[in-house]
Design a binder for this molecule. Sequence first.
Ligand SMILES: [Fe+2]
Length: 153
Amino acid sequence: MNNKEIAERLKSLVQLDIDAVHAYGQAIEHIDVPNVREQVVAFQGDHERHINDLSSVVRNLGEAPPELTKDFKGFLLKAFTSIRSMTGTEGALKALKSGEELTNKKYSEARTWDLPVNILSIVQRNYEDEQRHLHYVNQAITDRVWETEAAKK
Ligand SMILES: [Fe+2]
């Protein structure tokens, strides 16, 4: 891939992470279990870091990265819609699960792109964050954290 092609691919990942930040922002408003909320806020921070790291690579390649607008571009629209239709911690986690499945899929694909090794290592690190997010969300749903003692306080 030439620089232009690499930049285009990376821009699509940045947009995905921008959508994820918005999806997390929506979800956080619905999460009323303090320790779950804390985790999800930290995950949102990971997505912000992905945006910053990949955006600086895009700039180094001579392109302009997508801006952090208030609008969704549609990558995570399904997750976003389901957050709106469900309520509380349970609904928010289930919506995040579908969003995380998508980010995991995209980052997993990105690992197979023919990228320079220094860029590939950023993609790999981001993918590992995504795996961690999905694992946490799945576990929280399995544990029905919204029914735990912390949720009742
Ligand atoms: Fe994530």
